[in-house]
Write a protein that binds this ligand. Sequence first.
Ligand SMILES: [Zn+2]
Length: 189
Amino acid sequence: MKNVKKKLVMPGKEIASTEEMIAGEGTFEDKGKIRASRIGEVQIDEDSKVVSVRPATSTPVRVKKGDVVIGEVREVRNSIVVVDIVQVEGNKRSLYGDKTAVIRVAEISKRYVKDPLTEYRIGDIVRAKVTQDYPNLQLSTKGSEFGVIKSLCVKCRQPLKLKGNTLECERCGNRETRKISKYYGKGNI
Ligand SMILES: [Zn+2]
């Protein structure tokens, strides 16, 4: 018996306790809690008590130019950031077609960015605008409304808290920089 909640959760989101559930795919344990390690839908197997987070399902939608999207950073290279688009903002349906997009270094910020690694890291959840949908998907995170909306500590995977203009891990004290959206931590999806 599988129970899928049609609700997207963000990485780091608490979804169960280890006393009642077993951490499955797409989750991790943290001090007696089970948290999502990726963006997706919560799935609970009532028989085995395994809770997992699966990529979103249901009627698909295609990403197009002008959309505002939520994506997860898959790779950061010298001149581009590779993002897996997980959702068109405001539309809970899953996606079909091409879901892999790139942010060129000049499209990260209105500021000059020399090294994309100072702005984005693998696993970051970003809010971005689609600037091109053919022949490949391209995104921009220029402007205060775009950029990282959720980020985990690279050292201990605790969700980072926004402190002024930097992100700080309350567990290990690690401080990290990003291209931060004004919606950071607001959970607007
Ligand atoms: Zn940390």
